[in-house]
Write a protein that binds this ligand. Structure first.
Ligand SMILES: NC(=O)N[C@@H](CC(=O)O)C(=O)O
Ligand SMILES: [Zn+2]
Ligand SMILES: [Zn+2]
Length: 433
C-alpha cells in the first residue's frame, strides 16, 4: 500500500453537492493506492506533503491539446507534452487528431492511448478526426472510434466547412452521445493565409485579415445543424464578441452547444502583432480589447463553458519565418492556470468554485470522461488533484518549459505560477513540495 497524506490543505471541491464528496475547507487529504481514503486511517509511514496555506482543486482537464506524436516528435511528444501538462496542473488532456498519421481510425486512437499509458505524466484521451485525413470529404470511422472509447471528434486545424458533412457527422455521433468539436473558420472568409484580426491593425500591417464573421457565421450554421439533428456541438477557441452573441442566442433556444476559450484569447490582443513576431501568430488570431472583454464576460456567466489551452507547439524551423509564412499556434499548458487566475480570479470575475467548473467539471461533462475526472473528490474514487499556491508569481521563461517547443507568447511576462503538485489517476505526476 502506498499512502500520500497532504496535510493542512484547503480543498475547493467545486460547485454542487455530490454524494460522499469531501467537504470544502482546510483538512488533511489521504490518497491510498491512488484513491481518496479516510485521513484518520493514515499509517505512520505515509509520505507527507505539507500543504499548509495551499488550495487543492479537482484535477484540471484540457479539452484541446496538440501533442504532435506521431509525426512531429521534433515539436512535441506524448512524454514532453504531458510533462508540460502535469506542470500546468492538468490531470488529463484530450489529444487533437491533426497528427501524422491523423487519428481517424480506432487503431490510431488506441495507439495514442497506449503512448499515454507508457509515457504519460497526464491521462491522455484521443480525439478522433471527423473526416478521413482531415480532408473534409468523407466521414472517418466515427462508430469504430466510439466503440474504442473516443467521445469527442474534431478536424481541428481545419473547419468542417461542408454543411452536409457536418450534418452527417452530428447525426452519426448522436447515436452514441459523442460530440463534434468545431474549429469555426469559414475558409471562404478567412483562408489559409488569413493571419491577423481583420480591422485597423491588419490594414496598417498589410496582413491578410481574419474577420470575426468567419467564426460567428460557422457557429450560427452549426447551431442550426445541431438543432436539426438533436445532437451535440462544442465550439473550439471562441475569440470574438460576435461569436459570444451567437452562443447566447443558441443556448437560449436550448440547443446542446458548448464552447471553450483559450488563455491567450483571455489576455493577449492584436496589438502584439505590431512587431511581426510570429510567436503571436495563432488561429483564430488575437483580437482587440473589446473581444477580450467579451470572452471574459462570457466565461464568467457560463456562455463560454470552459477554458481549453489549444497548446500548439511548433519547431523553430516552422515558426521562425516571416509572419505570413510561419506556422500558427502557441504553447500554453504550463501557463494556462496562471492566466485564468490573473484574468478571472484576480479581477473578481470568477470565484474558486467557478474556476473549478470551467477548468475541470465543465471539460469532464463535455468529453464525458470517466475515471474520477471532472468530479469532486469522493472517498474511494481515483485521485485527480491540483495543489496550488494562488499567490505565487514568476516571470515566464520559455527555456524552462517541459515542452520541446519555444513558441511561447508569455515569455518575459510576470504571471501567477500557482501549481505546486499534480495528482493524475492516483499518481503524483508533478511536485515542487
Ligand atoms: N491554433 C493554431 O493556430 N494551430 C493549431 C491548430 C488549431 O488549433 O486550429 C495547430 O495544430 O498548430
Ligand atoms: Zn483550431
Ligand atoms: Zn487546436
Amino acid at each position: 500500500m502506498t499512502e500520500l497524506l497532504i496535510t493542512g490543505v484547503r480543498l475547493v471541491p467545486g460547485p454542487g453537492d455530490a454524494a460522499g464528496a469531501l467537504a470544502s475547507g482546510t483538512q488533511d487529504i489521504l490518497i491510498a493506492d491512488g484513491r481518496y481514503a479516510d485521513p484518520s486511517q493514515a499509517s505512520a509511514d505515509a509520505t507527507r506533503i505539507d500543504a499548509d496555506g495551499l488550495l487543492a482543486l479537482p484535477g484540471l482537464i484540457d479539452l484541446h491539446t496538440h501533442l504532435r506524436e506521431p509525426g512531429r516528435e521534433d515539436a512535441e511528444t506524448v512524454e514532453s507534452g504531458t510533462l508540460a501538462a502535469a506542470r500546468g496542473g492538468f490531470a488529463a488532456v484530450m489529444a487533437m487528431a491533426n497528427t501524422d498519421p491523423v487519428t481517424d481510425t480506432a487503431e490510431a486512437a488506441e495507439h495514442i492511448r497506449a503512448l499515454g499509458r507508457k509515457h504519460g505524466s497526464a491521462q491522455v484521451y484521443p480525439i478522433g478526426a471527423v473526416s478521413k485525413g482531415l480532408a473534409g470529404q468523407e466521414l472517418a470511422e466515427l462508430g469504430l472510434m466510439a466503440r474504442s472509447g473516443v467521445t469527442m471528434f474534431s478536424d481541428d486545424g481545419h473547419c468542417v466547412s461542408d454543411s452536409r458533412l457536418m450534418r452527417r457527422a452530428l447525426e452519426y455521433v448522436r447515436a452514441f452521445g459523442g460530440v463534434i468539436a468545431q474549429h469555426a473558420q469559414d475558409p471562404r472568409l478567412a483562408g489559409s493565409d488569413a493571419c491577423c484580426h481583420e480591422g485597423e491593425v491588419s490594414g496598417r500591417l498589410g496582413l491578410p485579415g481574419w474577420p470575426s464573421a468567419a467564426e460567428a457565421t460557422v457557429i450560427a450554421r452549426d447551431a442550426e445543424l445541431t438543432k436539426l439533428t438533436r445532437s451535440r456541438l462544442h465550439v473550439c477557441h471562441v475569440s470574438t464578441a460576435e461569436s459570444v452573441d451567437v452562443l447566447r442566442w443558441a443556448k437560449k433556444r436550448a440547443i446542446d452547444i458548448t464552447a471553450e476559450v483559450t488563455p491567450h484569447h483571455l489576455l493577449l490582443t492584436t496589438a502584439l502583432l505590431e512587431g511581426y513576431d510570429p510567436t503571436f501568430k495563432v488561429n483564430p488570431p488575437l483580437r482587440p480589447d473589446e473581444d477580450v472583454a467579451a470572452v471574459r464576460e462570457a466565461l464568467a456567466d457560463g456562455t463560454i463553458d470552459v477554458v481549453a489551452t489549444d497548446h500548439a507547439p511548433h519547431a523553430r524551423h516552422d515558426k521562425e519565418h516571416a509572419f505570413g509564412d510561419a506556422a500558427p499556434g502557441m504553447v500554453g499548458l504550463e501557463t494556462a492556470l496562471g492566466v485564468v487566475i490573473e484574468t478571472m480570479i484576480n479581477t473578481g470575475a470568477l470565484d474558486w468554485d467557478g474556476l473549478v467548473d470551467r477548468t475541470s467539471f465543465g471539460p469532464g461533462r463535455i468529453a464525458r470522461l470517466q475515471d474520477g475526472l471532472g468530479l469532486p473528490p469522493v472517498l474511494g474514487a481515483a485521485a485527480n488533484l491540483t495543489v496550488i499556491d494562488p499567490q505565487r508569481r514568476t516571470v515566464v521563461d520559455r527555456d524552462s518549459s517541459a515542452s520541446l517547443s519555444r513558441n511561447n507568447p508569455w515569455h518575459g511576462l510576470e504571471l501567477p505560477d500557482p501549481v505546486m503538485a499534480t495528482v493524475a489517476g492516483g499518481e503524483v505526476t508533478y511536485s515542487r513540495l
